[in-house]
Design a protein around this ligand. Sequence first.
Ligand code: T3D
Length: 262
Amino acid sequence: AYETIEFEITEGVAVLTLNRPQSLNSFNTDMHAEVRDALKTVKKSAEVRCLVLTGNGRGFCAGQDLSDRNVAPGTEAPNLGESIEKNYSPLIRTLMGLEMPVICAVNGVAAGAGANIAFACDIVLAAKSASFIQAFCKIGLVPDCGGTWSLPNLVGRARAMGLAMLGDKVKAEQAEQWGMIWKAVDDEALKDEAMKLAKHLATQPTKGLALIKRAINASATNDMDAQLDLERDLQTLAGRTDDYREGVAAFMEKRQPNFKGQ
Ligand code: T3D
């Protein structure tokens, strides 16, 4: 059993809940290891067709646990690059590479790496009381977990620069208005809405959704010409799936499709 997270799989949906509420679910090495392990299960499982990431308590995730970084004057600085390389970047690569939709249900404050982990997910729902903070600048650091890539893509350079340099708190509804997230929802409705969406997505053509994710993510760095080529290649793959066959057959027969995720 896990100690720093909760993890369960029901009806094709894996739910990974960060569970160190006393420190607003900040990451220590144990939590990194347990998240890594759970995501390995998600990746391997034939049953899972959607992942939900959320947190327990009043925070979603406050980034790195800073009590592990409080070094005495005169002693050697921690090697943060190593920590990024070993823990944070692989987590982002895994979430963005998972061949299924990843929903982030942001239940409370998402600060530092916590905010940028949310932005690496495919669909972000946030409780109206939740907020996003690029806290890095306040302790002399640089946004990580892909924030310097995802933020300008989401909100444009001017807002990305302001958010990263000032570390202002962006409330969920403003995050929705700015296009940082999919939707802000009432606090009490967050879990239900996230699960409803996840269960729906888990019945959809998973391979097709995974290809959509690849295309949209690649668009941030591709030009139109490269993107047209990529769409051709991905459509070739999509066109060979059983779910595409089923989708067309169901349309022609005027019935609901029964997608298997294959
Ligand atoms: O180091 C590396 O490996 C490199 C990678 C870095 C990635 C990063 O994420 S760096 C950025 C680290 N995160 C932060 O700088 C955010 C720190 N937290 C905050 O600024 C505030 O806690 C919040 C704005 C998120 C929330 O504020 P508030 O007032 O709602 O709550 P609070 O009272 O500050 O926090 C509640 C408790 O959680 C408190 O503990 P206590 O006093 O009740 O015992 C607080 O110390 C603890 N907590 C919150 N964030 C962290 C934390 N403890 C350790 N590490 C944290 N990041």
